[in-house]
Design a protein around this ligand. Structure first.
Ligand code: SAH
Ligand code: SF4
Ligand code: F3S
Length: 442
């Protein structure tokens, strides 16, 4: 038996949870933990959870149920719940599932080392504070070991928008932006570890307004331009953005900042003005379409992605058709669509739901249209030369897998020495969820 304690983290939900899981593992590294790939070999299991829809939240309890035999067999095993379900349900988790030792919210996980020490004494630990000190100031130095070429970096967290269907303002708290100098340092350190692409994360990333080195408030475009200056950082992306925060300089950056990749995730949720209003989205369908036109004017090959909710309370057939029309007008290269899920504590959950069968039918129709658009966008890449950042060895002999500028997964026969480089690739074929191509001489 080695002395190193073993940590297994399972991550649900959005990219911010992926980033948080990495930071939690790093912070527990100081308590002697190394990360392992399966629950069976772990001394501490952390579930980093998502509360966005009922199904996502319920998954946590079924996973905990599956872990009960593990805990019965090894009473020393510790189990923790982190993330948005931890924030939303707090002590209720400890009541409902006694195998849980620790519950930590997304804003207090810098306190994990103390919490871990506490549970080793046989007590439980619960922390769902929104502390005044931000976790980013408290978390220790990040490791320096080499890492994969693409990384997430949280620049903004929380949301003040209060869409009537959404739990995020309650689970993540109000908007906080990290200062520019901290982000530049973190990005430089990531690049020194082999990172070539950084995706800037925020629940409303384009509402970013961090303190700049000049003491003024910087917007996302300013931050992107400063990050783009870092030697060795080839690509920048950001997600998720809100249509009402697409300011002029950010739109301009899509046209004149070559490091900013031609991909934009810009959720609209619905194409009906009445539904948008009931959702508290604060813009119209027309306003969204005008915005897309302005961004495409500076970056015509931009690949657009979006999020949609069908079956919002009160949504009529005609209102759903307005969503279908908007999708036809925009033409998405990629999209996520969901059946409305009532969330406890949100205003929309008080309203009369659309019958389940109606919502299901709408979801199928919307998804069929979105898939058609996705495949058309993929097919349009055939014959084109694209930049691909190779990330890892593929499943087939001799193949590498990477991401194109437009965020398509691309595989090609290539020398493993090309991992971590952006390489020109000619796209030859399109499959369901990926493209394949031929590496061109750089
Ligand atoms: N901040 C992002 C979205 C975060 S949540 C934004 O403003 O666009 C990711 C997506 O989950 C949302 O865009 C929405 O489409 C979906 N979603 C959020 N709450 C939901 C709910 N109650 N039911 C169904 N889908 C939901
Ligand atoms: Fe949720 Fe709306 Fe905030 Fe997005 S903008 S996180 S959908 S409340
Ligand atoms: Fe889910 Fe929380 Fe992200 S609810 S989508 S993990 S912000």
């Amino acid at each position: 038996m080695s002395d190193a304690k073993k940590l297994f983290i399972k991550t649900y939900g959005c990219q911010m949870n992926v980033y948080d899981s990495e930071r939690m593992a790093e912070s527990l590294g100081g308590s002697g933990y190394t990360q392992v790939a399966t629950a069976d070999e772990a001394d501490l299991i952390l579930l980093n959870t998502c509360h966005i829809r009922e199904k996502a939240a319920e998954k946590v309890y079924s996973e905990l149920g599956r872990m009960k035999p593990l805990k019965d067999a090894r009473p020393d095993l510790k189990i923790g719940v982190a993330g948005c379900v931890a924030q939303a349900e707090g002590a209720e988790i400890l009541r409902r599932q006694p195998i849980v030792d620790l519950v930590v919210g997304p804003q207090s996980y810098h306190r994990l080392p103390e919490m871990e020490a506490r549970i080793q004494t046989g007590k439980t630990a619960l922390d769902t504070d929104f502390p005044a000190e931000t976790k980013f100031d408290q978390l220790g130095k990040r490791p320096t070991a080499a890492r994969a070429p693409s990384a997430f970096m949280t620049v903004q967290e929380g949301c003040d928008k209060f869409c009537t269907f959404c739990v995020v303002p309650y689970t993540r708290g109000s908007e906080v932006s990290r200062p520019v100098d901290r982000l530049l340092t973190e990005a430089r350190d990531l690049v020194a570890r082999g990172v070539r692409e950084i995706t800037l994360l925020g629940q409303n990333v384009n509402a970013y307004h961090g303190t700049g080195p000049d003491g003024r408030e910087w917007g996302l475009a300013q931050l992107i331009r400063a990050l783009a200056e870092i030697d060795g950082l080839a690509r920048l992306r950001y997600t998720t953005s809100h249509p009402n925060d697409m300011e002029d300089d950010l739109i301009a950056a899509h046209g004149d900042c070559p490091e900013l990749m031609p991909y934009l995730h810009l959720p609209v949720q619905s194409g009906s003005d009445r539904v948008l209003k009931a959702m508290n989205r604060n813009h119209t369908a027309e306003g969204y379409l005008r915005l897309i036109e302005r961004i495409r004017a500076v970056r015509p090959d931009l690949l657009l992605s979006g999020d949609f909710i069908v079956g919002f309370p009160g949504e009529t057939d005609a209102e759903f058709d307005a969503t279908m029309d908007l999708v036809r007008t925009v033409g998405y290269g990629q999209a996520y669509s969901f059946k409305y899920s009532p969330r406890p504590g949100t205003p929309a959950a008080e309203r009369t739901p659309v019958p389940e069968a109606v919502a299901t039918d709408r979801l199928h129709r919307l998804q069929a249209l979105l898939s058609e658009q996705q495949y058309a966008a993929q097919d349009a890449m055939i014959g084109r030369e694209v930049g691909v950042l190779f990330e890892k060895i593929g499943r087939m002999e001799g193949q590498l897998i990477g991401k194109s500028d437009h965020l398509h997964s691309v595989h090609a026969v290539a020398d493993p020495a090309l991992i971590g480089q952006v390489v020109p690739v000619r796209i030859d074929a399109s499959a369901r969820n990926s493209l394949s191509g031929t590496v061109l001489k750089p």
